[in-house]
Design a protein around this ligand. Sequence first.
Ligand SMILES: Nc1nc2c(ncn2[C@@H]2O[C@H](COP(=O)(O)OP(=O)(O)O)[C@@H](O)[C@H]2O)c(=O)[nH]1
Ligand SMILES: [Mg+2]
Length: 401
Amino acid sequence: MTTESDNSREWAAQAYALLKKRQEQQKQELEKQEQQKQELEKQEQQKQELIDIPNEEKIAEPELGEFDDNFTWSAMVLAAQGKKINQISIDEIDWLTKLRRGLEETRKGFVTELLDKLGDDPLTPESLDDLETLLIRADVGIDSTDKVISSLRTKLNEEVVGAEAGIKFLKQELKLIIDKPIKNSGSDLLVPQKGKLNVWLLVGVNGVGKTTTLGKLAYLSSKSNYKTLIAAADTFRAAAVEQLKVWGDRSNVDVISNQSKNADPAAVVFDAINSAKKRNVDLLLVDTAGRLQTKNNLMDELAKIKKIIDKKVPDAIVESLLVLDASQGQNGLKQAKSFAKSADLSGAIITKLDGTSRGGVSLAVSEEVNLPIRFIGAGEGIKDLRPFNSYEFVEAMLADK
Ligand SMILES: Nc1nc2c(ncn2[C@@H]2O[C@H](COP(=O)(O)OP(=O)(O)O)[C@@H](O)[C@H]2O)c(=O)[nH]1
Ligand SMILES: [Mg+2]
């Protein structure tokens, strides 16, 4: 007799074999290219010409890891979303593995503990109290927690709910909360609209990961063939421009900046828009300053930047994306609320989901600030950012191993 999990494993094993084969082929292809390149270089040198090989930093391709739980889980998550075996890439597996590992701390506080407490017994009103505590501890927020617990309570009044079924129901409820602002926004995925200038402003307090996220976005965008430009409008931090240039170099995206001291951020945006128009740019990414102590100035700055954009490119599609550090938990939620009041936000990006126990804050942001989450970051590498996918997020947060 074969069970569903046998089939899953078999399916994952096939996917693994296929990816392994593809990786071998890619490696051989790369080796061949490398050989050809070396030969070419040798010939060039023999011609005694001065050659200037651009010093481009190689972005490491992820390697296929072991055929383990991580792989099987990631493959299953992709399969559940309708992916066929030959559509799976190592990149996707790598990301899901990272996400699952990243949310491990958050997950530990939830499922593992809950399942341990429950054993095989059905849910009781007491176990709901435990669950409530766990949700609050993971920074899911009071409103979302109330919502989830009361739906579970209603369900318990109607039928007996086993532990596994309880978790499944919990996943559905959490997904509904996260999906609501995304549905309301009218677009499931934030991508630049072709044929227009798209301007994405990254806002948020210092240290949450704005500049890093912008670098990762520039990579994603240029890799997806959008003509991309960066505006270094954080003119307060001396090192911010240098930091951006490094990111820009990695993804071959130009950075518009003004090196003079106390340059006006709005003036940098002004220059960047001019360049963007000249070059037919699809996506202009704007880094902004985030000093909390001058919060009013900060909001004025943002308003000024927006005014410039409205004036110069009235038909631009502007997104104001609040960057939040998941590890800051309730503090992040507070920031979101205060920015939402004065900065006219259109979405959120949650960073540093790797190694925090407070990934639940994403739910609080969806429920209490009504912001669609657009991207999530789980690491400092250039590929450690992905468009937000609520199914994957909830599965990773509540994966039962
Ligand atoms: N672990 C981890 N670190 C991150 C992530 N995003 C950013 N960081 C780190 O957070 C620190 C602050 O980032 P930065 O982009 O300069 O923040 P900004 O002040 O908002 O521009 C840097 O050390 C980044 O490497 C992430 O997703 N995971
Ligand atoms: Mg910065």
